[in-house]
Write a protein that binds this ligand. Structure first.
Ligand code: PLP
Length: 283
């Protein structure tokens, strides 16, 4: 694989970053994941905008403009002949003597991008079957709206899900579902789609924004509010959204079947609309 590191395209085994990189020492870095279908980037503008927001919330300089970022993404997709998969991008505050205080402003940020081939991403068998989730307490830090590389708790959550024979975990705080370990969570009751309102408690999903817009355009009813696990278990449908899974139906929560136990109509329709419209707008 060819990867991108600080201005250079290199074979992956020649790419290097410093042991003093603050991403490594403090998880002082942010990231984005953009999916690629038919060799094109899905919702690149959304990911680029959120990256700028994450950087600015952490008072981190942007190493590249959004135009340069698009060019790097495209170059990497071309060099790796990627038709279906993901582009991962990470920016850290750079390498400096280990100190809790941020280093001098002239410290160069580190920027790394690589691709991951995922044949069958759009046609995932899991989307036809639906996934199983368990609930776990949300024990992450309080600024989940910033997309940092501090992902240990979500990683533990996926391990807990796996140990329980499930695919993923929904996190619960103060009696309400926040989100999935790496996706936004939704339930459907009657013909209303319910998903948690935006705030510092969840990541502002790029897929979430697109799906809610498309749902509204298709005259579906949407409520952005907190919901409890009890409401979720009693829902007609459930699903999650993310850049790498698009719209993914949830058919079981904490061992209880949701709706008929098969992917619901609303989730299936939204997945179709999302894939169709995002592909048309892909760059
Ligand atoms: N919530 C969390 C905690 C995530 O990690 C992610 C994606 O990785 C999402 C939601 C979905 O965001 P997006 O649709 O931008 O991929």
């Amino acid at each position: 694989r060819t990867v991108y590191v600080n201005g250079e395209y290199l074979p992956e085994d020649q790419a290097k970053i410093s042991v003093f990189d603050r991403g490594f020492l403090f998880a002082d870095g942010v990231y984005e994941v953009t999916s690629v279908l038919d060799g094109k980037l899905i919702d690149f503008a959304g990911h680029a905008a959120r990256l700028q927001r994450s950087l600015s919330e952490l008072e981190m300089a942007s190493p590249v403009t959004s135009e340069e970022l698009l060019a790097i993404h495209k170059e990497l997709v071309a060099r790796n002949e990627l038709t279906e998969g993901l582009v991962y991008l990470q920016v850290t505050r750079g390498a400096a003597d280990r100190d809790f205080l941020y280093p001098d402003e002239d410290t160069a940020p580190t920027i790394v991008l690589f691709t991951q081939a995922k044949p069958g991403l759009a046609d995932a068998p899991a989307a036809k079957r639906g996934i199983k989730v368990i609930s776990i307490p949300d024990r992450r830090w309080g600024r989940r709206d910033i997309k940092t590389v501090q992902l240990l708790y979500p990683s533990m959550g996926k391990m807990m899900a796996k140990a329980a024979g499930a695919d993923d975990a929904w996190m619960v705080e103060d009696g309400a579902v926040t989100e999935g370990t790496s996706n936004n969570a939704y339930i459907v009751k009657g013909n209303t789609i319910i998903t948690r309102h935006l705030g510092e408690e969840i990541l502002h999903g790029i897929t979430r924004a697109a799906v809610l817009r498309m749902a509204a355009e298709s005259q579906m009813k949407v409520e952005e509010r907190s919901f409890t696990m009890e409401e979720a278990m009693d829902a007609d449908e459930a699903f999650v959204t993310s850049a790498s899974t698009f719209v993914m139906p949830v058919v079981e929560i904490d061992g209880a079947q949701i709706g008929t136990g098969a992917p619901g109509k609303v989730a299936a329709r939204l997945r179709e609309i999302y894939l169709d419209e995002s592909l048309k707008a892909a760059v």
